[in-house]
Design a protein around this ligand. Structure first.
Ligand SMILES: Cc1cc2nc3c(=O)[nH]c(=O)nc-3n(C[C@H](O)[C@H](O)[C@H](O)COP(=O)(O)OP(=O)(O)OC[C@H]3O[C@@H](n4cnc5c(N)ncnc54)[C@H](O)[C@@H]3O)c2cc1C
Length: 325
């Protein structure tokens, strides 16, 4: 059920986390941050969960490769984290080296003379849309309002308004588990609804994106405004991780949850949104345990009422859903 995060290296590190932190710090430059017990909740849109045993924020590709090599040698799993907008972190946190591409060096947006765009994996989709408007590049508007990064959206094949990120992606640069960097074409990536098998266990570094056309920035901006308004009308304002369950074949998870009378259902500070039943929102002080309890209740009630077994679309970061659902 859990399609995520096959650890790049096997779990159970052979060094203590403190010793691993020391090794990593010795191997990377001063601009690369290595932190122990870094809280992850604040790095996610839902805002729940515990800490990463280790967090690495590499300032460039050499440091990222060094982190990968040392984590592998130590037998510690390495997990990429984007903007944390499609996942739940368990209250116990994550026994892994969590890697984020938040350093400015990962946020490239470079249109080529032919209009195609090189985008860094750490670039926020919001920023991609904004820069595309300025460059007069049409075709990325559907990404407006998805609060993720390019890397996370490629991994999830994020989509909205009838488009998917892989519709506009020609190739992706990946760091493989063996530390080699490769350029992979779309056709090689095993792309499907909310998944990209080619990124299970690999880290996207950047992508080559293909706009549909050159256009007036103003016209592109107007289309973005239309999409933004649609979202504002149909999605809750509170913190969330987006749609919690995958749409079952031919159906809509939100409708099934609504028809089961679950809008507004609550466990602690986690609540099924009254605006969109496939969103669980954090009313302020929710814990991951509340979110998991609510997900269990939603699944059981929908199963009882309509016979459909809902499967999570959000990921349980570094863990398996079987542990919690
Ligand atoms: C309010 C709201 C609205 C949303 N609307 C939509 C929507 O319309 N459509 C949609 O599809 N989604 C939507 N989402 C979900 C989410 O924003 C997308 O899935 C987004 O693409 C996730 O990107 P991220 O950077 O936050 O990834 P994360 O949540 O940080 O990570 C997701 C997965 O990607 C992996 N990952 C992250 N970076 C990399 C990398 N560089 N290389 C390899 N793997 C990586 C992580 O390990 C994890 O497995 C919404 C979420 C919210 C909160």
């Amino acid at each position: 059920m859990n399609r995520i995060l096959e650890p790049i290296a096997p779990p159970a590190p052979r060094l203590s986390w403190d010793d691993l932190a020391s090794e990593l710090r010795a191997a990377v430059g001063a601009d690369t941050r290595i932190a122990r017990e870094e809280p992850l909740g604040a790095r996610t849109t839902l805002g729940v969960g515990g800490a990463a045993r280790l967090l690495a924020e590499p300032a460039g590709v050499d440091d990222l490769r060094a982190v990968l090599r040392i984590a592998r040698q130590a037998g510690a799993p390495l997990l990429p984290l984007g903007r944390g907008s499609n996942l739940v972190v368990a209250d116990e946190g994550v026994d892994a080296v969590v890697v984020t591409l938040n350093h400015a060096s990962w946020s490239e947006f470079s249109p080529r003379p032919d209009g195609w765009v090189r985008a860094g994996a750490g670039l926020r989709l919001k920023s991609l849309c904004g820069q595309a408007v300025k460059a007069g590049l049409q075709g990325f508007e559907f990404l407006e309002g998805i609060p993720g990064s390019v890397g996370g959206s490629l991994r999830m094949n994020a989509g909205a308004m009838g488009g998917w990120i892989w519709d506009v992606t020609e190739e992706v640069q990946v760091l493989r588990p063996d530390g080699e960097i490769a350029v992979r074409l779309r056709a090689e990536m095993g792309v499907d609804y909310r998944q990209c098998r080619g990124l299970e266990g690999a880290i996207a570094l950047g992508a080559l994106l293909r706009p549909a056309a050159q256009a007036e920035g103003e016209a592109i901006g107007r289309q973005i405004d239309v999409y933004r308004r649609k979202r504002q009308e149909s999605q809750p304002k509170e913190r969330s991780a987006g749609c919690v369950f995958r749409n079952p074949p031919g159906g809509a998870a939100g409708r099934l949850i609504d028809e089961a009378g679950l809008k507004g259902a609550r466990e602690g500070d986690a609540q099924v949104s009254a605006v969109h039943a496939n969103f669980i929102v954090n009313l302020g002080a929710a814990r991951a345990a509340d979110v998991f309890a609510l997900m269990r209740r939603v699944r059981a009630t929908v199963r009882e009422r309509s016979g459909v077994q809902l499967e999570p679309e959000v990921l349980c970061f570094g863990r398996s859903w079987e542990e919690f659902l």
